[in-house]
Ligand binder design. Structure first.
Ligand SMILES: Nc1ncnc2c1ncn2[C@@H]1O[C@H](COP(=O)(O)OP(=O)(O)OP(=O)(O)O)[C@@H](O)[C@H]1O
Ligand SMILES: [Mg+2]
Length: 315
């Protein structure tokens, strides 16, 4: 079997690999490091781009074949716009041509109802997959946009998952075969820090925290920080990747809290804030995304800006 040399720029190393190895360990390594295969540069003098293409054909790997990112939207405080943000950012990414999968982990099923207002259409939910191990029920809801629905049963998931083996990795394992089909997978969490949210944190490449500009949620962030620290024992690379202010209005307290968030989460505070906007509240019950409901609203404008900020960070 011929060996070819490949340079990995991010790690400044040269690997000498057979096509077989390239399709096995190294692909896995690159996946874990979130590097597409095309980051490998072929350095053998006597081979050319055509050989690279032949090898890819031979081992049947498509470049960029994995989800660029799994993003979890989380905050144990209720009503801070986790669901509104997951729905709006997902819809916006899909409009921009990204293939997006939304995952609803909350027993309130608000994200599901956002896009599928008729509950009777939901025969199986994420609960069946987490508890019984059946493949995730993926529903196609818009062009480029799919959804794994939740159901009321998820309210009992904390207890149902208690005795399962490797229970904190169930979602991560279920998403693995789907990763290659999407550019982004966005996960909406329940307002708690239990085993369900743990699953979302372990599965995620990035955790983004929406916050309302009030003092109590800011104080509550200490709990979230402690939760992340605990989970770092299982997943050392785990970090909060972004914090943004949602439901901003021009009351004095909002500015004070926004400043405090910037000071505390300096490097990860997003530039975009989402203003309080009635169209966002109205669209939630309408079965339409904010862009379909009122594309001229401040809600649509703010979520467009936030989505672009998230996408630009991943380019
Ligand atoms: N920017 C906004 N302006 C006005 N209303 C908003 C805005 N963002 C969210 N809302 C409304 O606030 C309520 C709570 O939002 P949402 O359901 O997104 O929060 P959540 O964090 O997912 O809540 P929970 O913790 O209960 O799951 C909803 O009625 C939603 O329509
Ligand atoms: Mg919610």
């Amino acid at each position: 079997m011929p060996r070819l040399k490949w340079y990995v720029p991010f790690y400044n190393v040269t690997l000498s690999l057979t096509p077989f190895q390239l399709s096995g360990d190294v692909e896995r390594f690159l996946n874990i490091m979130h590097l597409p295969l095309c980051t490998l540069i072929h350095v053998d003098k006597y081979t050319c781009k055509q050989d690279y293409k032949n090898i890819l054909k031979h081992i049947n790997i498509k470049t960029n074949s994995m989800a660029q990112k799994i993003i979890t939207f989380a905050n144990h405080k209720g009503g801070v716009s986790k669901t509104t943000s997951t729905a709006s950012i997902g819809a916006c990414m899909a409009m921009k041509g990204k293939k997006v999968l939304l995952i609803d982990l909350d027993g309130q099923a608000n994200l599901t109802l956002y896009f599928i207002p008729n509950e009777d259409e939901i025969k199986t939910s994420i609960f069946d997959s987490l508890v019984n191990g059946v493949p995730l029920p993926v529903k196609h809801i818009r062009e480029n946009l799919d959804l794994v629905p939740s159901s009321l049963e998820m309210a009992s998931a904390e207890i149902a998952l208690t005795n399962l083996l490797a229970r904190e990795r169930l979602l991560s394992n279920l998403l693995e075969p789907l990763r290659k089909d999407y550019d982004y997978i966005l996960i909406d969490c329940p307002p708690s820090l239990g085993i369900v949210t743990t699953n979302a944190f372990i599965a995620a490449d990035e955790i983004i925290v929406p916050m309302t500009p009030e003092l109590l949620p800011l104080k509550g962030m200490r709990m979230l920080d402690a939760f992340v620290t605990t989970l770092q024992r299982v997943k050392p690379s785990l970090r909060l990747g972004g914090v943004f202010i949602a439901r901003f209005n021009h009351r004095k307290l909002n500015k004070v809290v926004e400043q405090a968030v910037k000071e505390r989460y300096e490097s990860i505070t997003m530039n975009t804030r989402i203003r309080e906007n009635i169209a966002l509240a109205e669209s939630a019950g309408s079965g339409k995304s904010i862009f379909e409901y009122d594309s001229n609203s401040n809600g649509a404008k703010d979520y467009l800006a936030l989505t672009e900020e998230i996408l630009s960070r991943n380019q």
